[in-house]
Ligand binder design. Structure first.
Ligand code: SF4
Length: 441
């Protein structure tokens, strides 16, 4: 059984309220941290090996150490709660059931970074969560853990919750900052990076909800103990939101030493494929990482078991990057049509493109149109090559990662499931009434 650090108290009734959270030992990590120096906290975070839980997996301690500290200029911590990646809902779970874990993590992190005004930017569709967070903020303030001169240390902190307007692109950190400043959420060109010029051109750290929540157990048990959990550079625990054709969709906390097979088939986690069907493919880290066929998902290209961690989830037919992503684990069974699935994602990215760069604005639209054509049985063989060509022209040629995120699912689908695309082209009539999965299994 995986060790629980973040969700260990999630089952306790009333844990979202200060009194219950405090009874379970809540805010003791903050009390401990406020007796440390900011540099000592930073060292603990670095030692822990924590990697950003939003998708990129960049080391959090290193990110914090880049924060510029010009004399007299305020700094900010911004929590990215714009969790919009299809298949990802673990931050929602944390904020809904353990809001004080996030507030406590923000208190420790803000103290370490020297931020006296910190923000939670939350996606518009999570309409009921801001009230929960604001209630928790008021409770923490009433108990002396927020506001002026916290616990007599002289440290002041205000936390504000800002609701987004429902745009996926505002999950990109610079688009988020634009939106937080009251402008249209268009990504900025980098550099300068937010650590130097972020919110209102002030040094800013933007971190995911889960990353900030993980600061609490790191201070609690020490960075060194945290680093002993997990394996290699995949330290600590990771929240995974599992969905799709599985028996037990939900949010699970894993310690990154379990195999993908165990995660899918064990009753402790996904409980196997629904209705006893066969596993066909999976998107292991939210829709922006490549889809992986079952054979490559359970075993690496060398035939080794694949594990649920950053390093093991790394080849999948692609040379670079990790497929751990945002932890949104989407499982597809044998009946699912990869072309239809890819088309749905293409429509999503086309809709969410901010339109600043031509390859993304135009390319996502073309990919959606071509996929729609193929899926309806109206495509030609050369359309598959055209699709491949378009995704190649998007990748690496845009301001922000949305372009890559739109290109990769298409590339992976063609690379691993080209026969399905060809089946749609060769069977125009059948493909209007059936899908490849139903026709072949
Ligand atoms: Fe906008 Fe797409 Fe360019 Fe990102 S890649 S800036 S979403 S047009």
């Amino acid at each position: 059984m995986s060790k629980k650090l973040l969700l260990k108290d999630a089952h306790i009734e009333g844990i979202r309220y200060f009194e219950t959270y405090r009874k379970q030992g809540g805010y003791t990590a903050a009390e401990k941290a406020l007796k440390m120096t900011p540099d000592e906290i930073l060292e603990e975070v670095k030692t822990s090996g924590l990697r950003g839980r939003g998708g990129a997996g960049f080391p959090t301690g290193m990110k914090w150490s880049f924060l510029a500290k010009p004399e007299g200029v305020p700094r900010h911590l911004v929590v990215n709660a714009d969790e919009s990646e299809p298949g990802t809902f673990k931050d929602r779970y944390l904020m809904e059931f353990l809001p004080h874990l996030l507030i406590e993590g923000m208190l420790i992190s803000s103290y370490c970074l020297g931020s006296n005004t910190s923000y939670i930017y939350i996606r518009g569709e999570y309409s009921w969560i801001p009230d929960i967070l604001e209630e928790a903020i008021e409770e923490a303030k009433a108990a002396g853990f927020l506001g002026k001169n916290i616990l007599g240390t002289g440290f002041d902190l205000e936390i504000y919750v800002q609701r987004g307007g429902g745009a996926y692109i505002c999950g990109e950190e610079t688009a988020l900052l634009e939106s937080l400043e009251g402008k249209r959420g268009n990504p900025r060109l980098k550099p300068p990076f937010p650590a130097v010029k972020g919110l209102w051109e002030r040094p800013t750290v933007v971190n995911n909800v889960e990353s900030i929540a993980a600061i609490v157990p790191i201070i609690d048990i020490t960075g060194a103990e945290y680093a002993k959990i997990g394996v290699g550079r995949s330290t600590g625990t990771k929240l995974i939101s599992a969905c799709g054709n599985i028996n037990k969709p939900g949010v699970y906390e894993i310690d990154m030493t379990i195999t993908v097979e165990e995660f899918i088939y064990s009753d402790e986690y996904c409980g196997g494929i629904k209705d006893g069907k066969r596993l066909k493919a999976c998107i292991p880290g939210g829709s922006s990482v490549p889809i992986v066929p079952a054979n490559l998902l359970l075993r690496t290209v060398n035939g080794e078991p694949r594990y649920m961690n950053y390093e093991s989830l790394a080849d999948g037919g692609f040379a670079t990057g990790t497929m751990m992503g945002s932890g949104g684990f989407i499982v597809l069974d044998e009946d699912q049509c990869i072309v239809e699935h890819t088309m749905t994602l293409a429509r999503f990215y086309n809709h969410e493109s901010c339109g600043q760069c031509t390859p993304c604005r135009e390319g996502t639209g073309w990919m959606y149109k071509i996929l729609k054509k193929i899926e309806k049985g109206e495509g030609k063989m050369e359309d598959i090559d055209l699709l491949w060509d378009i995704q190649r022209k998007i990748e690496g040629n845009t301001i922000c990662p949305l372009g890559d995120a739109a290109a990769w699912p298409v590339a992976a689908a063609i690379r691993h499931f080209r026969d399905e695309f060809e089946w749609h082209v060769k069977n125009p009539e059948l493909s209007q009434t059936q899908n490849y999965g139903l026709a072949h299994y």
